[in-house]
Design a protein around this ligand. Sequence first.
Ligand code: HMG
Ligand code: MG
Length: 313
Amino acid sequence: MTPPLQARFPHLPARVQLVEVSPRDGLQNIAQAIPTSTKVELIERLADAGLTRIEAAAFVSPRWVPQMADGAAVLQGLRPRPGVRYPVLVPNLKGFDTALEAGATEVAIFTAASEEFSRRNTNASIRESLKRLAPVAAAAQALEIPVRGYVSCVAGCPYQGEVTPETVAAVAGELLELGCYEISLGDTIGVGTPGSILPMLEACARRVPLSRLAGHYHDTRGMAVTNIYASLEFGLSTFDTAVAGLGGCPYAPGAAGNVATEDVLYLLQGLGVDTGVDMAKLLAAGQFITAQLGRESASRVARSQASGVPACQ
Ligand code: HMG
Ligand code: MG
């Protein structure tokens, strides 16, 4: 049955897919040592809460991102669950091979729409990074391993400033041609507003079907939920989020966390959109990881709950 709001406002989706990125994007930028068992427990709690796509680790150079060095142990610590996918980030064939040996069944490759960010993040120009990723995508296809693609800096770059919608769309189109089943559009430093996100989505939609685009919005300036709502109205129905608003890229100075899963879930519940995620269990997962890290949650919903205001509508 069509939910009541969707019957009156048919452009609103009935269902949204959340891709939980806290175990990778959320933790990669944290300097303190986090035990593998804590990472595993976080992921298990997120899966218990009903999240079905959880980016579990990165198989990048441990010299570049030390926090992700235990990716194999994280994957091996997870209890397989029917219907739950644990993609991992890989930057090159070496990472792909290691990920596969560790049991990965889905990978994500990444590049950028900014030359300078691409160099700082992966020591390669955009063209070089795509060249490096092509054999990863080909190897994955040969093994029927699904590949997701990320484009960073879709609304601006910490080093070079402006990034045009056409540049983002061209890179997204190349990732699609490499065989990515979905392209996640990263506002890496949270500079976008609907004023820049919508033209960027419009340009991307000319190259990639809307159903294969995802929004990955960091919340540096508090715009991420607004950008998600604008993207929903534009026709996107997949969003990357991180419990407790954890996140940031070590090579994007000043970038805050990803948009908090709790806050996006609150928005979607308010719209009657189904996600399959349980708010109480999600809040508990956020409390678990923030307590382990000795940090306050960046989720407004979690904070309001902690101060006694009921979290759910
Ligand atoms: P490089 O230094 O040019 O690579 O780095 P290299 O091939 O010359 O190798 C250097 C050393 O790293 C060698 O070790 C390799 O074996 C090793 P040595 O012989 O010197 O001891 N190495 C590896 N080790 C383990 N796993 C690997 C691997 N590859 C090489 N896969 C490289 C190039 C791409 C490897 C490096 O720049 C890198 O790992 N970068 C990753 C940076 C990163 O993880 N950033 C954060 C994720 S992206 C992100 O957060 C954005 C996103 O969230 C979307 C958004 O918000 O916009 C996705
Ligand atoms: Mg990110």
